[in-house]
Design a protein around this ligand. Sequence first.
Ligand code: SF4
Length: 263
Amino acid sequence: MLRLTQADLNNLNHNFEERTPQELIQWAQATFGDRVCTISAMQESGNVVCHMISQLKLSIPVLFVDTGVMFQETLDTRDRLAKEYGLTVHTLQPELTMEQQTEKSGVLYLSPEGQAECCRMRKVEPLQVVAGQYDGIISSLRRADGGQRANNPILAIDKKMNTIRVNPLANYSDEQLQQYIQTHSVITNPLHKQGFATIGCNRCTTPVMEGEPKRAGRWRHLGPWSMYCGINPTDSTGPIQEYIEVTQDLRDRILGIETDFMI
Ligand code: SF4
C-alpha cells in the first residue's frame, strides 16, 4: 500500500476549481467505480448532489446516518429522494437507541463533552461501520457555509474512513445553490422553510433568526463551544490528517496517471 497525502492532491484540487459539480461527480464515479457513495443529511446541499447524481443516471448509493432522533421531516425527505430520484439509500444507525444510551450514560447532549461523545456514538461510529467499503465519499460541504468550511478543499483526505472526500459543491455560492434548487424543483427538507438554516438531530437543532450565522441553530443550548459533530474530517480544528493508504492502481487513478478519463 502507498500513502496518499493531502499535499498530493494539491494540483488536482487547483485544477478542479474550474470544474462544474456534475463534472466532479462524474470524475468520482469514473475514478472510484462501484467503490464510491455519497453521504447526505437530507439538507439542501446534499439534496442538490442527489439530484445531480439522479440526473446523470449514475449508480452512486446514498449514505444517511439516522441517529434515531432525527426530525420526521428529514426521514420523509430521505424517503422522497429514494423514491422520486430512484436512488439507493443506505440508512446507518447507532448501536444503541437514544433511550438505551440515556439509561447507560445519561443525557449526554446537555454538555460540550457529552455532545462530543453523543455525536461520536450516534453519527461518527455508524459511518465507520462502512469504512473500507468506499474509496471515495461524495459530500456536500460548501465554503459559503463559513466557519470551519470556509476553506474546504474539493478533495480531502479522510484518514478515519481511509477514503477521499469529494466536495463537488465546495465553491458553489448560496445564490448558485438556490438557483439550482429553483430551476430543478429539487426536493428539499420542509424544515428549511420553517427557519432551519441547517438541520441535524431534533435534540440539538433550532431555527435561526435573521442575521444569525447559519449554524447558530446547532447546539444552541451549548453556546459557542460545539459547532460540528465530527462526521466530516475537515470540520476538525485539529492538525490536518496526514495520509490515507491506497493501492498503486487507485493512487494512479486518483492522480490521473494511468487513466484516459479527462474532464
Ligand atoms: S446532534 Fe445532539 S443528539 Fe445528535 S448525536 Fe450529536 S449530541 Fe447527540
